[in-house]
Design a protein around this ligand. Structure first.
Ligand SMILES: Nc1ncnc2c1ncn2[C@@H]1O[C@H](COP(=O)(O)O)[C@@H](OP(=O)(O)O)[C@H]1O
Ligand SMILES: [Mg+2]
Length: 453
């Protein structure tokens, strides 16, 4: 009798660890292993050839496989957290779209400067409150620890009563739609104190042990207020490792060429040319689980539709382009956030010939994961400390989609040191493949000493 591969797939990672699993094809009395990469129903299997296994390891795997009870597959690790996180990010994207539309249609005072002069909007606080409330409600308040970008200092100031009222209303409007996203809505409207409590609940500072979420409610706030690209980023970090990544990109255009343009052109073009497929107008949520070898993308939920899992999800993969002359590199729009002159020098020396794609926010990570660009480089000014919520979701998504992300010294980013990426060597380099990545790392070394960074 042939083995049921999908039920087996659900179990094998438990005996072999994450990332790579060995799937037998039952032939007579023997298990045979074969090299390929394939998806069986809900389970993603990366299958490695028998030649890579030594004999004793193979025998022990066979013993383990024989002892499996194939009739009752175990759920994949973090499947509940993933399900809730994707739905919460879908909700957050919908909230942001409404706020951004209202900001564009009527100039209003929803943009505030924080103590450090960076921008914050009704959407930042409202998303943080909403995601915090959903995670706590679905997974248990005590189990949920969150590191997030916003606090309630500005919002609680006496002269900000109108702003706070707008946040409370936005959160309640969003949460009342929770059932459409397959989540539970609150029984009653949240009070102001409850909304502030949900925002303040995100007071974890991360660290090397235990489990916490890293949330950037609106990444690329400048892009957001300018009506352009921005992202909602949520990651689960366990013992210093990013284990889940979810990235919502509400303005990701239907055609990758449109990433080159300010999003207002996309708005105009969309009005002139109706979308080819209603479900893929614009915007997406990309998500992955570490070690799965796959990253998935759902369209944003449109109109009054209900989210029915997996919501037309399809896998995404990095580009196979490894010739620098054909590769596109992305970087922040603001040169205050990354040195455009240093990356231009690097691009020149490795043979990247295309114009850089300058996009706000972690949409750059999404572009690499979707195969729409090949390189992302960021070199902030000396002394700037990168925050974990600005990178965690994007890094794991690119890695599982087949790409490489390191600091400029070639080391993985370290999410175990608290709120910041402590010890980051010079900058961040994300690439579709190792060949491009290698070239850029070497070019950084060659030109660093003569740079002004
Ligand atoms: N001086 C600086 N250097 C580097 N990054 C900065 C910076 N000031 C802000 N940032 C980060 O850059 C993010 C925006 O990314 P990008 O420049 O790629 O669009 C900001 O996220 P927020 O907008 O969430 O605050 C912020 O975390
Ligand atoms: Mg950010």
């Amino acid at each position: 009798m042939p083995l049921n591969c999908s039920s087996l797939a659900a179990k094998v990672p438990h005996i072999l660890g994450q990332g790579r699993i060995y799937t037998p094809n039952y032939v007579g009395k023997f298990f045979c292993f074969f090299p390929c990469k394939r998806t069986y129903q809900n389970s993603s299997l990366q299958i490695v050839s028998l030649s890579k296994l030594n004999q004793s390891f193979t025998s022990s795997i066979m013993e383990d496989l024989k002892s499996l009870d194939l009739s009752s597959p175990q759920p994949e690790k973090y499947s509940k957290e993933m399900d809730i996180a994707v739905r919460a990010v879908q909700m957050a994207c919908s909230l942001c779209q409404k706020v951004q539309d209202s900001m564009i249609s009527k100039a209003n005072s929803q943009v505030q400067a924080k103590d450090d002069n960076s921008l914050v909007t009704v959407a930042d606080w409202s998303v943080q409150a909403t995601v915090s409330w959903i995670l706590s409600e679905s997974l248990g308040n005590r189990n949920v620890s969150i590191v997030a970008e916003e606090d309630v200092r500005t919002l609680s100031k006496a002269d900000k009563a109108g702003l706070l009222e707008a946040v409370v209303q936005t959160v309640n409007e969003c949460l009342s739609e929770a059932p459409r996203f397959g989540l539970k809505a609150p029984q009653m409207f949240l009070t102001t104190a409850e909304v502030l409590e949900a925002i303040s609940h995100c007071n974890s500072t991360g660290g090397p042990t235990g489990r916490f979420w890293a949330l950037d409610p609106v990444d690329g706030t400048l892009g957001f207020v300018r009506g352009d690209q921005y992202a909602v980023a949520l990651a689960l970090i366990e013992d210093g490792e990013v284990v889940l990544g979810v990235l919502g990109c509400p303005n990701y255009p239907m055609r990758k060429e449109w990433l080159n343009y300010h999003h207002r052109y996309h708005r105009i073009i969309s009005k002139l040319t109706p979308p080819t497929s209603e479900s893929w107008d614009k915007g997406c949520v990309i998500y992955t689980r570490k070690g799965s070898g796959e990253a998935w993308m759902q369209p944003l939920l449109q109109g009054q539709k209900k989210l029915v899992w997996p919501n037309s999800a399809r896998p995404v993969q990095v580009s196979s382009i490894d010739n620098p002359a054909l590769a596109t590199f992305c970087e922040p729009v603001e040169k205050a956030n990354s040195s455009h002159s240093f990356t231009a020098g690097l691009a020149h020396s490795v043979g990247l010939r295309m114009q850089p794609l300058r996009v706000y926010s972690m949409v750059k990570y999404a572009a690499i994961a979707r195969g729409d660009a090949e390189v992302f480089m960021k070199f902030a000014r000396a002394g700037y400390k990168e925050k974990i919520w600005d990178h965690a979701a994007g890094v794991v998504i690119i890695e599982e989609a087949g790409g490489v992300v390191t600091d400029a010294g070639g080391r993985p980013l370290d999410f175990s040191k608290g709120m910041y990426l402590e010890g980051l060597d010079r900058g961040i380099i994300a690439c579709a493949g190792a060949k491009l990545h290698d070239k850029i790392i070497k070019a950084v070394d060659a030109s660093w000493n003569s740079s002004s960074l």
